[in-house]
Design a protein around this ligand. Structure first.
Ligand code: GLN
Length: 490
């Protein structure tokens, strides 16, 4: 097993920003240190589709000039941030790791990108993903897979595998990813970093290339819980350019980092821990989840198991709803409105067919076919309609659980990082998302926090779930788990 995470810059984003704001460290020096780490290890990891070296150096020089002029460039001043390559970046190629969008340069920044920049962070590159964010291993990228920095023979998870690997490898202390069914939390777990999926509507989706619009959310990857809190606070909040953006002000999470868990009621989701479904989870993953529950109890929380019965149908409902929405969202890539164009066909229909055939990879085509079928007349009620009813059941079951519990706990992923090619049939791959999907269907926030090691010493993540807009509770619980994990490793 070759591992590279032990080298390179390890300062947290908050440490870097404090030093840059105080004029003790230059942002240019910070960026250069991270670019040096990228130069040394990116060929082995392949976290990026594009490294924005020149733009990053120029942005860093600007931050330094502002500090010298007595300005405060913001809470993330001078901190490199890696951006999943499905977020629009003005003038910088944005591909979704698809041949369909290869070479496309958006004329604007996504709101989340705009906000990290406004907070002083410096975009350092665009990260690799499963094509159009469909996958759980980053093996579906049209530009080659990303490797897990903890074991270069294993996947980093997906679909935001490049963002998770970039943070784990010391390429950037911060990254943004998107999570439709687990694509932030699962790669965070497999790469040993923190990953937060915010409440649906907490972070603007403006400029995020749509996969399944009722599920997609942008969120942070970091090495520390405090950095996740700071990055979430920077990107969350209302945006008039996203019609599903929540108008009410979001609660800041940073002030809750040290709240602790005394008196907090924690429920372990039994379906994802002791039920039949969980019998397929790796025993080490379940053992670490138990250890995390014990750590919370030791810190003053009350911990019980609670049943959230319809979670077991989440996977089936998701793999109808998400492909249905994707089939509609991806209709725009027809060689005319957007995307790759194959010329030479006899007519427009032929050109569109040829363009889509050449531009999309096989998993994307599978989803488009699944979704089109689920939405077709005659099957709509039986598949799409039924899945939407399951979605309502899941929301109701969570509401019942949250009447008695403040937060819920489960493993993030059934397994640790697996070897390339190990899950070659789609169904086996889809099973990776069984623990993460329910919170997307409900719209609730959830976080993955590294907690110890599993098979072959690879990182394990535990997932905390909370009701709508209770990100602050996720942060306070995560901070306790982070401490406990460090203590037991020491
Ligand atoms: N792995 C899931 C899928 O393939 C989730 C993807 C995501 O969250 N973007 O659809």
């Amino acid at each position: 097993m070759s591992e590279i995470t032990t080298s390179g810059p390890s300062d947290s984003a908050l440490e870097i920003a404090a030093a840059v704001r105080a004029g003790e460290r230059s942002a240019v020096e910070v960026v250069d240190a991270h670019l040096a780490q990228i130069e040394a290890h990116e060929p082995a990891v392949h976290a990026f589709n594009v490294v924005m070296a020149e733009q990053a150096r120029a942005a860093a020089a600007d931050i330094d000039a502002r500090v010298a002029a007595g300005e405060d460039p913001g809470p993330l001043a001078g901190v490199p941030v890696a951006l999943k390559d499905n977020m629009c970046t003005n003038g910088v190629p944005t591909t979704c790791s698809s041949k369909m969008l290869d070479g496309w340069k958006p004329p604007y920044d996504a709101t989340a990108v705009e906000r990290v920049r406004a907070a002083g962070a410096i975009a350092i590159g665009k990260t690799n993903l499963d094509e159009f964010a469909m996958g759980s291993s980053t093996e579906n990228s049209a530009f080659g897979a990303t490797k897990n920095p903890h074991d270069l023979n294993a996947v980093p998870g997906g679909s935001s595998g490049g963002s998770a690997a970039a943070v784990a490898a010391g390429f950037a202390p911060l990254a943004l990813g998107s999570d439709t069914g687990g694509s932030i939390r699962q790669p965070a777990a497999l790469c040993g970093v923190v990953g937060l999926k915010p409440s649906y509507g907490a972070v603007s989706r403006y400029g995020l290339i749509a996969f399944a619009s009722s599920l997609d959310q942008i969120g942070p990857f970091t090495r520390t819980v405090a950095d996740t809190a700071a990055l979430y606070d920077a990107i969350s909040g209302h945006d008039g350019r996203d019609s599903t953006s929540i108008p009410e002000p979001m609660e800041a999470t940073v002030p809750h980092l040290d709240d602790g868990v005394a008196g907090l009621r924690v429920g372990i989701i039994s379906e994802l821990f002791s039920g039949e479904l969980a019998s397929g989870f790796e025993p080490e993953v379940l053992a670490q989840t138990r250890a995390a529950a014990d750590a919370l109890a030791a810190a003053g929380a009350t911990v019980d198991e609670v049943s959230v019965p319809s979670t077991i149908y989440g996977l089936s409902a998701y793999y109808l709803i998400a492909p249905a929405e994707a089939s509609s969202n991806l209709a725009r890539y027809d060689g005319v409105r957007y995307g790759h164009r194959e010329d030479g066909a006899a007519n427009t229909g032929g050109m569109m067919t040829a363009s889509r055939t050449a531009g999309f990879g096989s998993e994307v085509k599978r989803r488009i076919m699944l979704g089109t079928y689920a939405l077709s007349a005659g099957y709509y009620d039986a598949f799409y309609g039924k899945a939407q009813r399951v979605r309502t059941l899941i929301i109701n079951d969570f509401d019942r659980a949250y009447a008695d519990y403040d937060v819920l706990l489960s493993p993030t992923s059934p397994c640790v990082a697996f070897p390339f090619g190990a899950k070659s049939d789609p169904l086996t791959m889809y099973l990776n998302d069984v623990a993460t999907i329910p919170s997307n269907l409900a719209g609730h926030p959830a976080i993955s926090v590294p907690f110890g090691a599993g098979r072959d010493g690879l990182p394990v993540g535990v997932q905390i779930l909370a009701p709508m807009l209770k990100e602050a509770d996720l942060i306070r619980v995560s901070a306790v788990l982070e401490n406990a994990a460090q203590e037991s490793a020491a």
